[in-house]
Every structure is written in C-alpha cells, then in structure tokens.
Design a protein around this ligand. Structure first.
Ligand SMILES: [Ca+2]
Length: 274
C-alpha cells in the first residue's frame, strides 16, 4: 500500500469508496473537426521502399538520399538512421541530394554510438555544395558559421569552438576541421576551397598520431603528433546544423555522408572523391 493510501485509510478508518471514477475520454468525432482538418486526415500516408544495404569494413553510416524514405536512411546496415528537419531532397549528382536552409538539419544517433566513447580513429566524408561564397560570410565571433557535420560531448556551447568535438564547418572565409580531445583547437583552418554552386568532396580522418583533411581527394592539412582522442557520449551528432545550439545551418546541398570507425587510406579517399 502506498504511503498516501495508508494515510487515507488511517484517517477514514476504512478503505475509501471511490465513486464517479473518471472514464476514458470518448474518441474524437471527426464530423466535429474544423473544416480544414478532414483534408489532412484524408491525405495519403507516407509510403517508401527500403534501399539496398551494403556493409563495408568499419563503415557505420552511409547516407545517399537516393531514395523515397522520409528520414535519412543509413545503408551501411548499422541502423544509424537520421531524422531530417526541414531539409529537402532535390535532384542532383545523378540522383538526389539534401538541400539545407535556415534551421534545417539532420539529427544522427549519439556521437558515442557512431564513433565509440573515445575514438582513437575515424573518418567523416561527404560532398558539399554551398549556396554562398566564402568571401561573403562575416567572421565575427557570433556570426558567419555554416556547419557541415558535428559530433560532440554533451554541453550547451552556442558556438562550434569547444573541446571533445569532431566537426567540419565554415566560418567567414575559412574552412575548419576539428577532432579535439583535451584542449586542442581545430587542426585545420584553411582559406575555404568551397565554391558557390559547385560540389567539393571533404574527408576528415584521424588516428592516435594524425589529423588529416582531404579536399577533392587531395591531402590539404596533415597534423602529426600524439593526440588525445575526443570524448563522446549520448549527445546526438548532426549533419548541416550545429549539434548544441541548433544554429549555424548549412546553406546549400550535402550528399554522400560516410562515417567510419577507422581512418580510411589516401587511396580510399581518392576513390570516394573520384
Ligand atoms: Ca545522392
């Protein structure tokens, strides 16, 4: 018996007699709905076809968007599907891509689920096509960010500038790549090679002793050293939006996201970008 019921029984001297117990509410009478809602109720339910799944060594996420699935389908077989918010599929790159605008993004599974809780190595690769010229982006502390991919330890940081983060983003005229454990900053900050309205392939890889960024299959940043692996937890990773602030959306198109739990080789990167 609960403490409350025990107290009631003690006060009454007997168990309470309950009368007028509330019943289930009656169902909604559709004939009484506002006139615009029956139209919605009569709408065609979403139907879609499951794309083909192809497993690959160490690959834990593959989004190609070449399907009619109402979410981001992971064809790596790892079930790391994503929730698409406001971004739309469009015909491009011989199939479909995802078009992003203000407040749009894709929420992926948690960083630790994708990469592991403190990943010594990994890869994030994808195609990007901005709707903006890097030279036109402001570079103040609180403006001009365009996030491509982000995974991070839980925190409420409003900017893509913390520790324990794996990310790719533009800020002002530069492209940044980070894989930060300890108190590292971005390992790559280069004049943005992205061109308005053009596709570019980006690939970030890391191991215990390296941090690398490839652009169109070519190595453009290569930091060697002894690195602390980023810590990750159950905070969701994101595509095309900053994970913590839900701001700094990508403006343009993204396609062909690949996430590996290993650092892919230079030859593999060249193959992806080919
Ligand atoms: Ca595609």
């Amino acid at each position: 018996m609960s403490d409350t019921l025990e107290a009631v029984v003690k006060a009454l001297g007997h168990e309470p007699a309950i009368q007028g117990r509330p019943r289930w509410r009656p169902g909604v009478d559709v004939t009484r709905l506002p006139p615009e809602l029956p139209e919605v109720l009569a709408g065609t339910p979403a139907t879609w076809h499951e794309p083909r799944v192809a497993q690959e060594d160490g690959l834990v996420c593959r989004y190609d968007f070449d399907d009619d699935v109402p979410f981001a389908f992971d064809s790596s077989g790892s079930l790391n599907h994503g929730v698409v918010q406001l971004a739309k599929r469009e015909a491009d790159r011989g199939g479909q891509v995802l078009a992003f605008g203000e407040r749009s993004g894709v929420t992926l599974p948690a960083g630790a689920h994708l990469f592991g809780p403190q990943p010594d190595e990994g890869t994030v690769a994808l195609w990007v096509k901005p709707d903006f010229a890097a030279a036109d982006l402001p570079d103040g502390l609180w403006d001009g960010y365009r996030v491509i991919f982000y995974a991070m330890l839980t925190d409420g940081n409003g900017l893509p500038d913390g520790w324990d983060e794996i990310g790719l983003f533009c800020h002002g005229p530069n492209l940044y790549a980070k894989c930060t454990g300890g108190q590292d900053g971005p390992f790559a900050a280069i004049p943005s090679p992205l061109k308005k309205g053009e596709w570019t392939h980006l690939c970030l890889t890391w191991t215990k002793t390296s941090r690398r960024l490839y652009v169109d299959g070519k190595l453009v940043a290569d930091r060697q050293g002894t690195f602390v692996a980023p810590k990750l937890d159950d905070f969701p990773a994101t595509l095309g939006i900053h994970a913590a602030s839900r701001r700094w959306s990508w403006q343009g198109r993204l396609d062909g996201l690949r996430v590996w739990r290993r650092a892919v080789s230079e030859a593999e990167v060249a193959g992806l970008a080919g």
